[in-house]
Design a protein around this ligand. Structure first.
Ligand SMILES: Nc1nc2c(ncn2[C@@H]2O[C@H](COP(=O)(O)OP(=O)(O)OP(=O)(O)O)[C@@H](O)[C@H]2O)c(=O)[nH]1
Ligand SMILES: [Mg+2]
Length: 699
């Protein structure tokens, strides 16, 4: 493997809507360049970057994966990312680790929800972007429509630098608008070979229009060029490319190219443009890192002689290999076998078999230069988002902002007794995937898993079965209700037992009343004159707390109430702590039902991001879920709708929202507060609880 200096590297994240042709394009880029020996296909499960067993089974990408194409003296690192929003964590990590985005669109589908998402991500990180309209060979392919889609939905700064010759089954060539040449693909070509020819006469008019648009867009970004252009001067090819490169780096211009990845049409031109237009890491601004253990910042320039810094952006466990760590080197060099320092975990890691990845294949290298992307197997204790540096200059790089989980399901091990295996597996999977979390929710006695969508959680459960041998049943998550009281009352709890010798005796009088929401539980000792000896009073308190774990309506914990213990009786011989605890339990059970108990439910703050056309449908659906609409804000193409919705009504919301908005809307729900359940809904919950209890008793 040749060594590539920082100036000869290009880091490109290949992104786009699900099924837009990213993986096929990555495969074609690596194959056409000669860096990958075989042209794989998603359909056969042989695509370079869809190699995990679940990807092969499902024929879509789940994990980000790496490939490279050596072209014109440069090494183009390609990060293939998944298009489904359920795996947006990897998409975001891939864009973060790259220097530019290659946004793939299907020639028949144009801009879709996923395209909008990746566009937003790439803007968030201020990455230059190239659009590639793929699948030009598909029936109903329409380049002009995709172009106007991009302009309308994403940016007016996008501009074609190529136009197709023929569309759909007639697609057979490309005209480059800068070098005035037509490329006619050789039928049956395996590596995108073409014959160069003059522009076909019937396309000259169309060509002239696009060429003029392109030149005008480019000179607009450069005052000096603009002046010369308006003065009637012809701008030379090299000058245009230079201006375009600068404008692209500054986010002022986004070139559009086209082709058909599966036929390898247009792939050579795309490689040319990537090498020519995407800035190498050596041109990046220094990254601002934190000096470990201090608030000081250090600027790390993308140079070999700068202190070492590398960010781990993905860890995946691969069959026969174990954990493979993907990292982006931001500064300094890395040598095979070198020892590095993980400051956040205070540990050294030895980089044995330092490699780069071509899909699942790992190619060992001697050294990597600043800006390159590499992989390493079997690190001891390094996690996604950790920084590798040296102990002499310990630094922490900016972290990838992974999206938080938006949805949860409850699960149980299918086979009783496998609970430990289940939790071990879930813990490992959560380490591997920063968008996946799990917890045991004591309130409802259920194990909850959280992720970005049903497809995401489905994949996680598939891995749980395959890698850890635990099969799980999916359950409807129970709602963690609470109970509280709205009135006050008082009463007695008397525990008395006479069994032969020494008996048990405890008697207490309590008063219960509500306290403000969020206070929890308050106990006041108001005993005067020793009606209950001081040593027994904490026992009464404990008894009440224990009883309050199961409220009087639906067995939910009771909260936000105060108990005043104001009187009682004791017996010199028979009284003990146990007796007074029992008295406390009985007192709670007697008094609480007389205090106007009510059921509380968790409410969520819900934010839905939706195109305006679906606003009515989204609002209607939220209202039918007892949602209270708080308002809406304009946010460019999308509107942000804010509402408060009971957790109990959120079940399968992701699926419903997807279906009423054709996948165009996304949402985020976060716990807001507990509030009283309206009487009718409360009645249902109480009845269900009582029915369950009856069933349990009968069993
Ligand atoms: N006709 C035609 N089909 C293509 C082309 N490129 C990809 N496809 C097909 O489109 C489907 C999706 O392609 P992928 O490469 O898996 O798309 P992707 O963007 O990686 O999909 P995700 O990873 O799920 O987001 C596959 O069935 C491919 O065979 C193309 O250039 N022409
Ligand atoms: Mg893919």
């Amino acid at each position: 493997m040749k060594e590539y200096a920082s100036t000869a590297i290009r880091n490109v994240a290949v992104v786009g809507h699900g099924g837009s042709g990213k993986t096929s394009l990555v495969d074609a880029l690596a194959f056409v360049a000669g860096s990958s020996k075989r042209h794989g296909r998603v359909k056969d499960g042989s695509a370079l970057t869809d190699y995990s067993p679940d990807e092969i089974e499902k024929s879509y990408s789940i994990n980000l994966a790496l490939a490279y194409a050596e072209w014109e003296g440069a090494k183009v690192n390609l990060i293939d990312t998944p298009g489904f929003l359920d795996f947006a964590g990897d998409t975001e990590a891939g864009i973060f680790a790259a220097d530019a985005a290659l946004i793939v669109l299907g020639a028949t589908s144009g801009v879709e929800v996923g395209t909008e998402k990746v566009w937003d991500y790439s803007r968030e990180f201020h990455h230059p972007a190239i659009f590639f309209v793929s699948m030009m060979d598909k029936e109903h392919a329409d380049f002009d429509r995709v172009y106007s889609d991009i302009r309308e939905h994403l940016t007016a700064k996008a501009i074609p630098v190529e136009i197709p010759i023929g569309e759909g089954p007639e697609f057979h060539g490309i005209i480059n608008l800068i070098d005035r040449k037509a490329k006619l693909f050789k039928k049956g070509t395996k590596t995108g070979e073409f014959d160069e020819s003059p522009i076909p006469p019937e396309l000259e008019g169309r060509y002239d229009r696009f060429e003029k648009d392109l030149i005008e867009k480019v000179v607009e970004t450069d005052d000096a060029l603009m002046e010369r252009y308006l003065g009637g001067e012809e701008i030379a090819h090299d000058e245009l490319v230079k201006a375009m490169r600068r404008a692209m780096a500054a986010g002022e211009l986004f070139p559009i190219l086209c082709g058909a990845a599966e036929l390898t049409y247009g792939v050579r031109a795309l490689l040319d443009e990537i090498v020519e237009l995407v800035p190498p890491p050596s041109e990046n601004e220094p990254v601002e890192a934190e000096k470990w253990g201090s608030a000081d910042k250090v600027a790390l320039p993308p140079r070999d002689d700068a202190p070492l810094s590398a960010l781990v952006f993905k860890i995946i466990s691969e069959p026969h290999v174990g954990d493979v760590t993907f990292f982006r080197l931001y500064s300094g060099t890395l040598k095979n076998g070198q020892e590095v320092w993980n400051a956040a975990r205070s540990g050294f890691e030895k980089l044995n078999h330092l490699s780069i990845a071509q899909g699942k294949d790992k190619i060992e290298v001697d050294v990597l230069h600043a800006g390159d992307i590499g992989v390493i197997a079997k690190l001891r204790d390094t996690h996604t988002n950790d920084t590798l540096s040296t102990q002499g200059t310990p630094v922490v790089l900016p972290r990838i902002p992974f999206p938080p989980p938006i949805l949860h399901l409850a699960i149980e091990a299918k086979v009783k007794g496998e609970e430990d295996k289940l939790s071990t597996g879930l813990t490992r999977l959560a380490e591997e995937d920063p968008t996946f979390r799990w917890e045991y929710v004591g309130d409802v006695h259920q194990t909850w898993i959280r992720g970005l969508g049903e497809r995401h959680l489905d994949v996680v459960l598939g891995r749980l079965a395959r890698k850890f041998g635990v099969h799980a049943n999916i359950l409807k998550p129970k709602i963690p209700y609470r109970e509280t009281i709205k009135g006050r009352a008082e009463g007695e709890g008397k525990h008395k037992k006479q069994t032969g010798g020494r008996g048990q005796f405890g008697d207490c009088w309590i008063r219960m009343m509500p306290v403000p929401r969020g206070t929890g539980y308050v106990f006041a000792d108001e005993i005067v004159g020793g009606a209950i000896p001081g040593k027994f009073i904490p026992a009464v308190d404990r008894g009440i707390q224990e009883a309050a774990q199961r409220g009087v309506l639906a067995g939910a914990p009771m909260v936000d109430f105060k108990v005043e213990l104001f009187d009682g009786k004791y017996h010199d011989v028979d009284s003990n702590e146990m007796s007074f605890k029992m008295a406390g339990i009985l007192a709670f059970k007697t008094v609480a039902p007389n205090c106007k108990p009510v059921l509380l439910e968790p409410l969520n703050d819900v934010e839905v991001l939706t195109p305006e056309e679906y606003l009515g449908a989204v609002m209607g659906d939220l209202s039918s879920r007892r949602g209270q609409i708080l308002g809406q804000e304009g946010d460019g193409r999308l509107l942000k709708l804010k509402a408060v919705v009971p957790e109990a009504e959120m079940y399968k919301y992701a699926t419903q929202l997807h279906s009423i908005t054709h996948g165009r809307a996304t949402y985020r729900a976060t716990f807001r507060t507990y509030a009283e359940v309206p009487p009718e809904a409360a009645q249902k919950v109480i009845q269900e609880y009582q029915k369950d209890r009856k069933d349990e008793k009968e069993e």
